[in-house]
Write a protein that binds this ligand. Sequence first.
Ligand code: SF4
Length: 421
Amino acid sequence: MNPVYCDTHGNVFDLPGHDPAFRTGNRVVPVQGEELIPLPYGSLLFSMPGRYPVFYDGTTGELEIIDEVDHEQVWAASAFLSSGYLRTYLPASRLQEGAPSLPLWAYSGVVYQDGQFMVPALRIDEDPRSDPEIHENEKELKKAAGRLRKMYPENCLVRQLEHCATEYRCLCARNFFLSRYEAPVPTTPWCNARCAGCLSFQEEDGVHASQYRLQMVPTPEEIAEVMLHHARLVDESVLSFGQGCEGEPLLRAKDLSAAIEMVRDNTDRGTIHLNTNGSLPGELDRMIRAGLQSVRISLNSAGEKYYNAYYRPQGYSYGDVLQSIQLSLDSGLFVSLNLFFMPGFTDMESEVDALFTLLDGYPVHMIQTRNLNIDPDYYFDAIGFVEDTPLGIRTMLDMIKKEYPGITLGYYNPPREQFRT
Ligand code: SF4
């Protein structure tokens, strides 16, 4: 098993004579073979400019910061895993003085073994909806997008989704045009949080956002038209408010409730779902009374300190988020937590304790384990990270399975036909 690194052109090499290392929190640890799986199909390899790789010297076993190989400057290498996979360790690297923050991706460790790249990860959800194998269909997608453009020439949401599917390669938007699985229903340009890792909005001095925040504001009629199109055509479909390209949908709860009622006046097919920061329980209640069936509330931590440091709430509190979870449970919704995973932080003893305290008080039905797309150093600075003992991501998952056997661990919003409550 050899460590890998990149030259400054992004070419990836292995370095025999050294042993690889991984990172968890701010610790560097040896690589355990049992943690590794082959690099999943469709994953990407990234260089990490301004980060020197850290390996173990194959002879002395000492940790070594590698800044050059054959007199050529080198950078650390990482993998960005395909959807449905949860990384368990970060790449081991040392930040170069003054290096810029890395873009908003989930950087995973990677090594080279027996002719293939291996990564510390596990498949957490077998649902195929975002598997790269089923998204290699540009021609079919373009044809379908053209057909829907003709069917709904005035609908600005269909135009936005076409942009998302073709420009951003949003797999959810592609599934809408291909009439399968989950359809995204982005509706809201504004947000009442300022997440350090927001994919669609970043302050000028921050890291670069991965996609541009939605600018258009579809009417309830346009929203219902998109939802009805998908619900009528797709069995066990999911219709999801709250996408990466928008702000917080609860800020438009009145319009979204009107759209939900229009849909339910016409069909009972499909699962109406909301991805949200859970900030406005009163507005959530309005959507529940209109017919919402499933909700996913995002958290980077079950502890208020780190929650506030990451979300930077504008006019709401962590208490409001807990109230939204309770309201959803009391109203019989399928309730998921969208827990952002950062190795060495999420599996810290204190974070796991905080999570278990939340699960004891709020027996949710599912935890979606999401790799947090952010530069680890930028994240730890942003939240004022104070390290304590990491338990290990796999150990943490085993503890959840043992302590909360009724909770599903996964990655995607299930249709109601698959709810396990
Ligand atoms: S809640 Fe969502 S849209 Fe709002 S800042 Fe956070 S990530 Fe961005």
